[in-house]
Design a binder for this molecule. Sequence first.
Ligand code: SF4
Length: 455
Amino acid sequence: MPLKGTDIVKKLPDGGKKNCKECGFPTCFAFAMKLAAAGTTLDKCPYLAADVKAELEEALAPPIKLVTIGKGGAALQIGNEEVIYRHEKTFIHPPGIGLLISDKEPETTVGDKLAKVKELQFPWVGRVLKADVLALQSQSGDKSKFEALVKRACDTTDLPLVLISEDVDVLLSGYQLCSERKPLLYPVTKENIEKIIAAVKNKPTPLAVRGSSVEELVPLTIKLKEAGLEEIVLDPGSRNFRDAVRDQTLIRRAALKQNFKPLGYPTIGFPCFMSNDEVKQVLLAAMFVIKYPGIIILSDFDQYSLLPLLVQRLNIYTDPRIPMSVEQKIYEIGEPTSESPVLITSNWALTYFIVASEIEGSKVPSWLLVKDTEGLGVLTGWAAGKFSGDSIGPFVKKSGIEEKVRHRRLVIPGKVARIKGELEEALPGWEIIVGPREASEIPAYLPNLVQKWKN
Ligand code: SF4
């Protein structure tokens, strides 16, 4: 269970009665409450004894540790999850979807897979959905073959790497070639743990621990932590659907409900090792997106299997409490001039992207004003008072659009035609034009409107 503010305050100086305000809070109690809510940090209080600080640091650490694989912009962060069920709050770090490449595969297959993982990118409501991990496996047991594969992958992509080999010497030889990229090494087992600790101790790197059961993972993670290696990923070794769900759930519950630190790490799932059937692998991956691995490795995919998986991941990891929205501002569609039309819509991401793409389709360069409705669509925003004439008027004035266009004509969505009157009052000098009800009518509507203005 997470530490409560009332527990923390007892450990603060003078039993929480010092109240010197040096932390920026009026009382020790206020500081404790904020700490419990992860709104401040322990170092703000200069009077904490070292042992108390260490104790609180341990108790306040997230129940599932954050692990970063890879470096730079492509790095993958997993862990830090706070809930068992997504509807309780939200899931935080979407799992990395990875493609497995073996050093036993023909050169052409390796080339095709490396190209595929780069090319399969899907623009999706303002984002780009894509696979985020490359798993390189030594099946041959041949150091030079594995090294060649690692080199080739490093030259081709900056994706985070998972290095896989049952032979620890082969694994470490691949690691030496790409240690700067912070790859995840797999598997760390009771047989090879000493050798791996010795190899990476001076340059900590994420390690994926494999046991033949959940219980077997515990002494391994304790040993790694004692060696100062805390970026750990767990594989309980389950290789069928039923056992995998059971073990993933057990680990998540132990971390979140019992605050059992030795299992407080993200996990990895291997559909690629659970079935040779690619369709079954995708189904297993879909299950893992929900429960609960931070990395999911498939032996292959194409656009038809990858896209649904990525969309499912997006849906599961989108915070259900926060509608997807875009920034309130003026968007330029095409290269608008001072004579171009000005349209307005709400900042719900879906509305924005549909309207923007229909304007683009009309081939009429335009200014699109996007008003913050806290992610609500046009009609819902109007019903909630966030897309009314009273609120749009001040936004238009402050937006800076009056400096960009010579005319004073604003096209509003047809669905809120009723705000025309109040908007005319709020924007004196502006002509308010009621546009189409549906965005799909824009490509026919805009060229006609511009032509009418010219005549
Ligand atoms: S700095 Fe420390 S002792 Fe002072 S009020 Fe804040 S928590 Fe209390």
